[in-house]
Write a protein that binds this ligand. Structure first.
Ligand code: FPP
Length: 228
């Protein structure tokens, strides 16, 4: 969800107002995803690297997160959305942790859109985390070295149970992945837009999905093979 700061600047506002407007985009996109019948939506809300931003901006983002969770949980619940989070959640402020845990608990039984928040998350962090967990399992004789394969690694990632994404959308005009779901996006379709996140709405998500539908996904095979 890139471009909040630039949107604020463009409108003569402090960066935090970009993040505030970004919450409206989150609402619209979550609504749109539900309407389209998308099953999983993961939002990169705060990266491991974002901790290096000025303290005021980090504090403002944490405050916004708490506010969004408090204000939106009932609405998510009514719309059958279930919430989950991935990342180094223990590093989040206690207020975020407790509100998040409450919202996850409240929406746990819902069967509609699975909304995943990536918080204090980075792809490299989770690969290191999975490696630590696998090392523990080896040490405690729970697994054998010969059983380490792609499937087992996926089981030790915090995204276990979530399918690999079909489509990754990056807003804000940068053409990079920025440490997002590095393991999981091996065959994900990438979509880049210049729109800044605070300007992004469900109609833009529909556009991205339409573009995705035109693509041929070969997963390493030939066109001929996959047309069979
Ligand atoms: C990147 O834009 C955006 C973020 C680091 C924060 C995203 C957070 C929200 C939209 C609000 C809370 C989220 C939820 C799920 C309720 P940037 O600041 O890097 O923008 P720039 O590239 O223009 O500087």
């Amino acid at each position: 969800m890139d471009g909040n700061g630039r949107w604020a600047e463009k409108n003569g506002l402090e960066r935090v107002f970009g993040h505030k407007e970004g919450v409206s985009s989150v609402r619209s996109v979550v609504e749109g995803a539900g309407e389209m019948g998308i099953e999983y939506l993961t939002l990169y809300a705060f990266s491991t690297e974002n901790w290096n931003r000025p303290k005021e901006e980090v504090d403002a983002l944490m405050g916004l997160l708490v506010q969004a969770i408090v204000n939106e949980t009932d609405n998510l619940d009514k719309n059958n959305v279930s919430l989950r989070a991935i990342g180094d959640l223990a590093s989040m402020p206690p207020e975020v942790q407790s509100n998040l845990a409450g919202a996850i608990d409240k929406t746990a039984e819902n069967t509609g859109l699975r909304l995943v928040l990536a918080l204090s998350y980075s792809g490299r962090w989770e690969l290191a985390e999975a490696t630590r967990r696998i090392a523990d399992a080896l040490k405690n004789d729970k697994i054998d070295k010969s059983s380490i394969n792609e499937e087992l690694i996926a089981k030790y990632l915090p995204t276990f149970g979530l399918p690999d994404p079909d489509l990754l959308i990056r807003t804000g005009g940068d053409f990079r992945v920025s440490n997002f779901l590095l393991w999981q996006i091996a065959y994900t379709e990438l979509y880049f837009t210049h729109k800044l996140w605070p300007e992004y709405r469900k109609e833009d998500l529909f556009e991205a999905v339409k573009d995705f539908q035109k693509r041929e996904r070969r997963f390493g095979k030939t066109s001929e093979q996959i047309r069979i």
